[in-house]
Design a protein around this ligand. Structure first.
Ligand SMILES: NC(=O)c1ccc[n+]([C@@H]2O[C@H](COP(=O)([O-])OP(=O)(O)OC[C@H]3O[C@@H](n4cnc5c(N)ncnc54)[C@H](O)[C@@H]3O)[C@@H](O)[C@H]2O)c1
Length: 317
């Protein structure tokens, strides 16, 4: 983090009560920012001083009124519906939380024209199946399924606000983040770690052969801050997307085995569909390295050790 950029700044975090939001707020703490959180409900898990605003981003008028009152210098937009399954089951909810909410926030920012820097989160899911790997940000976006489609629509809308209206917004294409304090207990990393701590066999629902990127949550938070800093410093980055991904992808089975090794659990994972089809995802993080100076500080084993320490200190639920 560039402490000088953030020191004392008024920062608004949308979805700040969620998993990524809580860690982002913790990352901002040393800079003593004037922290404002917008969400649907406050969180008891949030241990950072802040002003809470109960605002629904699906309401453009309410969003605009809130921004006019608070006048943040920087906004990190994390509010959304993150689940693949929940988006499939509730496509209207996925559209409203991921597309409409992002549109309303950007439109309100365009109208007010006072924000110095905005980050909108997108997802690895926007890429879908890619022939060229590692995959760079300018690859064709082939994501399918309702979650991917809603993130892809928001991603393209954000590019348009940056490029067409010159709104100072950058796009963070985040991958699977893991760490302590994760209420998404079905996330494979969290689920495996919690099973291992109870000495129960972890479950892999598919073949275990899917290749994916897993990023430690403090690296994700630093990446989001780097996108905000970059967009504020370099107007040519407006509307640009950045892969916030680890240096290496890993198969699900190797991820699970590494978690078991870090916990010190002698358990054999249960692979439920060994013959299921699998995808290989390898995203390239060189654009974020070169243009933002961001690089993940933790490899998988270092991130998992910190995650384990968090659950040992705070309880595994
Ligand atoms: N967690 C990951 O690994 C991951 C990976 C890639 C992308 N993302 C994206 O990052 C974002 C944050 O993910 P997360 O895991 O913290 O999700 P989360 O569900 O923990 O947090 C999302 C927050 O957004 C709030 N929210 C939803 N709709 C809202 C609305 N209409 N108005 C105001 N607030 C609203 C929710 O109340 C919640 O607190 C999501 O957009 C997600 O798609 C997450």
């Amino acid at each position: 983090m560039n402490r000088k950029f953030w020191q004392g700044k008024r920062v608004l975090v949308t979805g700040g009560c969620g998993f990524v939001g809580r860690w982002l707020c913790r990352a901002l703490k040393p800079a003593e920012v004037d922290l404002h959180i917008l969400d649907l409900a406050p969180s008891e898990q949030l241990d950072v001083p802040h002003t809470f605003h109960r605002t629904d981003l699906r309401d453009l008028e309410a969003t605009e009124g809130m921004l006019a009152d608070v006048r943040p210098a920087a906004i990190i937009h994390l509010a959304g519906q993150p689940g693949v399954g929940s988006s499939h089951d509730n496509p209207v909810g996925a559209y409203e939380a991921n597309v409409l909410a992002t549109f309303n926030l950007l439109e309100a920012c365009r109208r007010l024209g006072q924000v110095e820097s905005i980050v909108a989160v997108s997802s690895n899911h926007v890429y879908g199946h890619q022939h060229e790997r590692p995959t760079k940000e300018d690859a064709p976006l082939r994501g399918h399924g309702m979650y991917a489609a809603s993130k892809l629509a928001a991603d393209v809308l954000t590019q348009a606000y940056g490029k067409t209206y010159d709104v100072p917004v950058g796009i963070a294409r985040m991958t699977n983040s893991y760490g302590g304090d994760d209420h998404h207990v079905a996330h494979i990393t969290t689920a495996t770690l919690l099973s291992a701590l109870k000495n129960e066999r972890p479950v892999i629902k598919q073949s275990g052969r899917d290749l994916k990127g897993y990023l430690y949550i403090e690296d994700t938070a630093e990446g989001l801050l780097a996108v905000a800093e970059g967009v504020a410093a370099k107007p040519e980055l407006r509307g640009e997307a950045f892969n916030l991904v680890p240096n290496e992808s890993v198969t699900v089975i190797d991820l699970v085995r590494t978690v078991l090794q870090v916990v010190g659990a002698d358990l054999e994972p249960e692979i439920q569909r060994p013959d299921a089809p699998f995808e290989e995802e390898q995203l390239d993080n060189s654009k974020a390295r070169e243009l933002l100076g961001w690089t993940p500080a933790h490899d998988l084993s270092a991130g998992l050790k910190k995650t384990l320490t968090w659950y040992r200190e705070h309880g595994a639920g």
